[in-house]
Design a binder for this molecule. Structure first.
Ligand SMILES: [Zn+2]
Length: 110
């Protein structure tokens, strides 16, 4: 598979992905510690929440700054600009749909 990103972009991209996974892990293990039996990446729920707590019918979405175009930290790569703008716009559209359907409460961790 050829990589369509420059090495710098790839590094940044992988760091962003890793940090979100780590954050999800941290949130999930803290919930378990407090006795909330949660599951990760629940595919059969609308919007595929990152964490779901069945007992409380709660879905947790951890939206990363990069993939969900955070107004404070969004940073669209300068190369392949059109590709990234289209991709991130689709993410935002999906987020809007999920937010409308599920009544999401937004909590920002900066
Ligand atoms: Zn942010």
């Amino acid at each position: 598979m050829t990589d369509n990103l420059t090495p710098e972009q790839r590094t940044k991209n992988m760091k962003a992905i890793t940090s979100v996974s780590k954050l999800e892990d941290a949130v999930c293990s803290e919930l378990w510690r407090r006795g909330w039996r949660c599951r990760r990446n629940v595919k059969n729920l609308k919007g595929k929440p990152d964490i779901a707590v069945k007992k409380y019918k709660a879905a947790v979405f951890i939206d990363s700054c990069f993939w969900h175009v955070c107004p404070l930290h969004s940073n669209i790569p300068k190369t392949n600009r059109e590709f990234w703008e289209a991709k991130l716009a689709r993410n935002q559209e999906r987020d809007r749909e999920v937010n409308e359907q599920r009544g999401r409460h937004l909590v920002s961790i900066v």
